[in-house]
Every structure is written in C-alpha cells, then in structure tokens.
Design a protein around this ligand. Structure first.
Ligand code: DGJ
Length: 735
C-alpha cells in the first residue's frame, strides 16, 4: 500500500520507493503537513508541532493555547483569514467582501489508480502500475465551501502529484482570488532555491540562491509559462550537489501564467507554493459551481539533483506525454527557417529537400511564410490558406514532390495569433484581445486571438483541419510568438475578467486535445519563439518542443543544461545550424554543432544546398550516428557530468536502463596551451562489468572512478563523443 491511513490518529502517510509524505489532522480539524523527505517508517510525528511561546500571533478562538497559531504550524492547504499570515494557497472573497475560508477536515477517500482532471492535462497511470489516489475533503461550515485535495502517489517513480478542487456549496456567490496547486511547509531547514531564469535565445539559465528571511517570488505574467522563468524549480539543502544531499523538485502541469514562492518565515519555518499566476487572477463561483486547479508534481531525492532529474524524465516519458511518438523514433528533420527565413519558393525548398536526402534527413518542415501574403512578419497571421503562387503549386502537389524524394513533410503554424493586416482581423476584429477604447500593445506586429471564445476555437479547428487534410502532413510545428497582453474579453461580464488568462489556456488545451486526437499519427512540435512555452502542460499534448531560437552550439550548452533538470532529452528540439551562427556570429565546427544537437530531437536548420560535398559526407555520418543512438538517447538515464556554468567545458552522458551501453559527450568551451591530462569520469555504469570504449576494455568502476582519458583537445570549441558498450567478455577478470 502506497497510502497508509490511521483514522484514529488522523494520519495520512504517502509512501513512494524512497520518500514519505505525511499529514495529520490537528485537534481543531486543521490539516497539518507533517513531513516530506527521506523514507521512514510512518509514525505519529505530532511532537514536531510548535508548542513554544506565541504571545502576539493570532490563534483560533476555540483554543486556550496561544501556540496553536496557524502562523507557526505547518499546513497542507493554508487559507486566508485564519491567522496564517504567510503566503496562502487559497484566498476567497465572500459575497460580503470578506477574505476568509476556514477549512477543517471532513472526510477522505482512497482510490486505486490515478485521479484525472477535467479539461486540464495531468499525469496518468499505466495499466499494472502501482499508483494510488488519496482524496481529502476539507470544509468551511460557515460559507459552505468545500475543498478536495487530490494526491496521486506514483510509488515506483518516486513522485507525488497534487491538485485541488474548490466547490461553492453555499447560497451566495464567491470569488476565488488565489488558488494554488501546491504548498509545502517545512518545520525546519535552511534551503537554497534553484530556478531557471532567462530570456529569448537564452532560456533556462541555472541560478542558485539562498532562501533567507523573505519571500522569493517568481513566475510568469506573459500568458505563457515564459522564457523568463519556468514552473520547474528545486529547493535543496545548503550542501546538496549534483550527486549528493537532499533536494525537492516541483513543477506544474500548466502552460500559462504561474506564481511560485519560496519563503523563510519566523521560527525558521519554510514554505513553498506553486500554482496559477495570481496577479490578476480571479474566478467567480456561483452556487454549485466548482473550480479545479492545475496539477503540481513533486519529487524528493536524497542523492542530489541528478536523481530528481531522472525521476522527472521518467515520469514525463512514461506518464504524461501521450503522443505515440514520445517513446518511439522521431524523424531527423530539416527546417528551412534559418536557411531562408521568409525568402523562399517551392523550388528553393525542393532544392534543400534534395540536399537533405544526401545527409540522411527524414522530413522537411516548411516554416513561417507559406500562407497568404506572409512575406515578412508584419502580416497575414490568421489567413491559413496556402500561397500557391509562392509555392508554385498546390500544397498537395508540393508534398507529393517532397514525398517522392523520400522525405516526410511538416508544416509550421501559429494559430493563436492574428495580424492587423489580415482578412481574419478585418472580418473579426472583436476576436483579438484588446482593452476597450485603447489601441492594443503590439508584439512582433501581431495580436493575440481570444482563445477563451468557443467560436475562435471552432474557427481554428475548422481551418487547421482543412489544411491538415489537404496533403500528407506528418509533422506540425505549432508556434506562438509574443507575450499575451491586453487581457480583456468582451464575453466575460459580471466581474469575470480575472478568469480570462486561465480560460485562454483552457481554450488552447481544448483545441490541442481535439487536434492531437484527430491526428494521432502527426508528430506535433511546440514552439514559442523557442522555449517560452516549454512546460509540462504542453508535453502532455506534444512529445517535443523547440528549445531555443539560439542555435549556437556553445550557448546551447547552458540552455540545454538548464532544461535537463526537469525535461527529458527526448523533448528538446536541437538543430545543427550554420557557422558563423545567426544567433551570435560564433564559429564552431560541424562536429561540435552535431554532437550538441544530438542530445535532443535532432535536425538541421541551414541552407543545405550551400554545403560542400565533404560537409555533406560528414553530416551524413552524424545523422547515421544519431539514428543509431536515438533509442538510447530517448530512453536512457541522463547524467550531467560537467556544469557549463562553473567550468570551461560541458559534458553529459546517457546510460541505458540495463547499463549495457552509454553515450558520453564532452565539449570544451576553452582550450589552453600545455594542458594537463583530463580524465572524464563516467556515471551510472555497472561497476563490475567490462566495457569497451574505442576498442579498449575497462571495468565500469575504472571508468567511473578514474575516467576516460581525453585526447589533447585543440582548436575551436573541440568536442569528443564516446560510445561505451558492455564487452562480450562481461564479468571476466582481467588480472
Ligand atoms: C519563432 C520560432 O522560434 C522560429 O523557429 C521560427 O519558426 C519563427 N518563429 C517563424 O516566425
């Protein structure tokens, strides 16, 4: 049993392979969070509850003990108006304007399998998997507000999911001002916060800072999870490293605005919260209505960040991403964006496709610029019909020609947008988000469609299906290229404007659900000017996401390093682009570009017709190698060996689950004269097995304790890759 309940003592213990999560009902019915961390035998932990002096803090009326203040007690789902003056999970404005919801335990339910959420993406259990659900119901007897707390316990994956659902059972309407998916209180501990900040072309930059006596708050107001922050973050003990020490990873299955807080309050209590962005959020619930929060996921590791990452990679690959492509091979593609930008014709693309066949590519993606008058980024978004003049033929014939070359075909779209200069905008200006009586804020000279409107979703569904049905389209790159502003929807009346940001995402999910279920054989790629919507909500519908518009291999080392903390390698789009790089003018070798792109969903993004025959021959070798290793790359355990933020190199390794093979890559970001020998220590191998590396046998323990001796690396950002395979003589003694 992964969930143990002691009804008499009111204790709920959730067990995973290596962790324990424990809650307990307090003497007045509050639900306290007692523990989350290293697995222990569950026992009554009420001795941990604060019992010191608390002269000047608010405490419940029914208590005659001032130390019963909720401000000093660890709570499972803290709420406003109850004397807990820290960040709360739930803030409700009642009809009379008061902000109070006082939740006490009502009942609980145990279910086998995993709960599902209505209209929102969430993790699922596979048949035969050990997954259990606990539902705890809390209730405010004055306002008749009920809150269901859901816990999904994925025992073998060492993760727990959480979500909540708030129902108004009272007679008056209420307004939810804040509803978080997760709060986690700690009785004790000094933590560091690791979060991933960034910007366009430099997403997911690793940053570690101490959580001090203040509230660290970060999130997104961009309408997307954003390139500035990501909902995936970690808190760790001070001494935690990549491979040792305690840490906790958190993430949210959501693609819109989010807020996360990490707080150390008085008495050294720490609190984490994560959920919907709350700066302008509100949701009105009339009698009988319910609101469900997105799902949060958490994992504990006593063995550093590496284990947190591996837990997330596994659960995302196995229990989140529903696409049939998630765990199967994916096409090596050529994308024409950096090759041509808008300046292409059908003929030019066919030339590129012809060259692509010479380097082993499987699929051509026709990027932005194929529709209506889209000759630059100032016009035509929303007019989703093919510019046959530019293409030189109907889409169907063009795709035939691509298929005749032996390639599959993929198409770029950006459905959530509309250009002012478009037929769609002229017909439906009211479909664009815009504050009344004001000119809209522009972003890339485009506006955002109001995805909360069912008629917009219907329109997009109809025109996208009519394009997808026109030709043999086997891949779709779904882009989104501006932060969302001007949050006003004409349909949302009676104080409901605060619902718009979340309703936008619900509309988007609805469209994605319909399209991905109608086209299960299409591989969908997500993009938002690169990695501005790289999140678990998107990975539920789509197996891969374009990681960054930065295709410089050396900048990519840091971006992909940061990305790897939460997201599996199989979800990261990575392409070989031209040198000097369009992103920053840097010169790199084809080898370093290829090895860096090979840790993701590999492709090319340059004008292949300009490659020399020698370059094509070299590229063909990289494509072949990638295809040979793709299964290992997608399904193995990922290890970060060298941190590009701290060292002048970056290195990573992927080891198959059965430890029989591994791929290890090293890129130097600096070279010096007269360098000492460098031994690169491998990880994750079988200590006592013999492995072959470039014809030489080593024990796993030798490779992990001493390492592979790197050759002298010279030149421009040199790189090296080793394929490590268990020797047939496995287990035989060498001495
Ligand atoms: C931004 C994307 O990240 C690029 O890859 C490309 O698709 C452009 N948009 C097209 O406008």
């Amino acid at each position: 049993m992964a969930i143990i309940v002691n009804e008499e003592k009111g204790i709920f213990a959730l067990e995973t392979q290596n962790s324990l999560y424990q809650m307990q009902i307090g003497k007045f019915g509050h639900l306290f969070h007692m523990y989350y961390g290293e697995k222990m035998v569950p026992q009554d932990l009420s001795y941990l509850l604060f019992d010191g002096q608390a002269n000047f803090t608010p405490y419940p009326y029914e208590s005659n003990n001032r130390s019963d203040s909720l401000d000093f007690l660890p709570q499972e789902y803290p709420t406003s108006g109850t004397g807990d003056l820290r960040s709360v999970a739930l803030d409700i404005e009642n009809e009379d304007g008061t902000h109070v919801v006082d939740l006490r335990f009502k009942t609980f339910e145990l279910m086998s399998g995993k709960y599902r959420l209505e209209s929102l993406p969430s993790f699922f259990a596979k048949a035969d998997e050990k997954v259990e659900t606990l539902k705890i119901i809390l209730f405010d007897k004055i306002s008749n507000i009920e809150v269901e707390l859901y816990y999904g316990v994925f025992e073998d994956r060492d993760v727990i999911t959480r979500a909540s659902r708030i129902t108004n059972l009272g007679t008056a309407s209420i307004t939810i001002r804040k509803a978080q998916s997760l709060t986690l209180d700690f009785h004790t501990g000094q933590f560091d916060l690791i979060h991933f900040h960034g910007k366009w072309t430099m997403e997911r930059q690793f940053e570690r800072l101490p959580i001090r006596h203040s509230t660290h708050s970060f999130g997104s107001n961009h309408g997307v999870s954003s390139n500035r922050q990501n909902p995936g973050f970690i808190i760790a003990d001070k001494n935690t490293t990549e491979t040792s020490g305690a840490c906790y990873g958190f993430n949210l299955v959501y693609s819109g605005n989010f807020t996360a807080t990490a707080e150390q309050s008085s008495l050294e209590l720490s609190r984490i919260t994560l959920g919907l962005g709350d700066s302008t959020f509100s949701w009105r619930l009339v009698t009988g209505e319910a609101f469900g929060t997105p799902e949060a996921i958490l994992s504990y590791s006593s063995q550093g960040f590496e284990r947190i990452s591996q837990n997330f990679h596994d659960v995302i690959r196995q229990n989140l991403s529903r696409s049939k492509f998630t765990n199967t091979s994916r096409p090596v593609l050529i994308n024409n964006w950096e090759a041509t930008y808008f300046d292409f014709t059908g003929e030019k693309l066919l030339d590129i496709a012809q060259s692509a066949t010479e380097i082993g590519v499987d699929l051509l993606v026709m990027d932005d610029g194929w529709f209506a008058n889209r000759f630059d980024d100032n016009r035509s978004l929303g007019d989703w019909y093919v510019n046959e003049e530019k293409l030189g033929m109907p889409l169907k014939d063009f795709v035939h020609k691509i298929n005749d070359l032996g390639l599959k075909f993929g198409l770029w779209i950006e459905p959530e947008m509309v250009s002012e200069e478009s037929e769609l905008y002229r017909a439906h200006p009211e479909w664009a988000l815009n504050f009344p009586h004001r000119k809209p804020l522009m972003g890339r000279n485009q506006l955002v469609l109001d995805m909360s409107k069912p008629e917009v979703i219907e329109y997009l569904f109809d025109c996208l299906t009519s394009i997808f049905d026109q030709a043999n389209i086997e891949y779709v790159k779904w882009d989104m290229n501006r932060p969302i502003t001007d949050w006003f929807s004409k349909d949302l009346v009676n104080g409901r404007q605060g619902e718009l940001q979340h309703r936008y995402i619900l509309g988007l999910y609805d469209l994605l659900e319909r399209l991905t279920s109608r086209y299960p054989n299409v591989c969908f790629e997500r993009c938002a000017s690169g990695g501005a919507r790289f999140d678990l909500g998107m990975l539920y519908y789509q197996p891969q996401i374009w990681t960054s518009d930065n295709t410089d291999a050396i900048n990519r080392l840091k971006i992909q390093y940061g990305m790897s903390f939460f997201y599996p390698i199989s979800s990261m789009g990575a392409h070989v682009a031209v040198s000097p790089s369009h992103s920053n003018g840097r010169i790199t070798t084809l080898k370093t570009r290829a090895l860096t792109a090979a840790v993701g969903t590999f492709g090319y993004e340059l004008d292949l017709t300009k490659m020399t025959n020698d370059e094509k021959a070299e590229a063909l070798d990289y494509t072949k190698a990638y295809k040979a290793y793709q299964k290992l790359i997608f399904s193995g355990d990922y290890y970060r060996l060298e941190n590009p933020f701290d060292t002048e190199c970056s290195s990573w390794q992927i080891v198959s689950k059965d430890k029989s093979e591994s791929l290890l890559t090293f890129v130097a970001t600096n070279v010096t004269g007269y360098p000492p020998a460098f031994y690169l220590k491998a990880k994750g191998l079988d200590k006592s097995a013999l492995y072959l590396v470039e014809g030489q046998e080593y024990y796993g323990s030798v490779l992990m304790n001493i390492g592979i001796k790197l050759p002298k690396l010279t030149g421009v950002y040199p790189s090296v890759q080793y394929y490590i395979k268990k020797s047939k003589r496995a287990g035989k003694k060498q001495l």
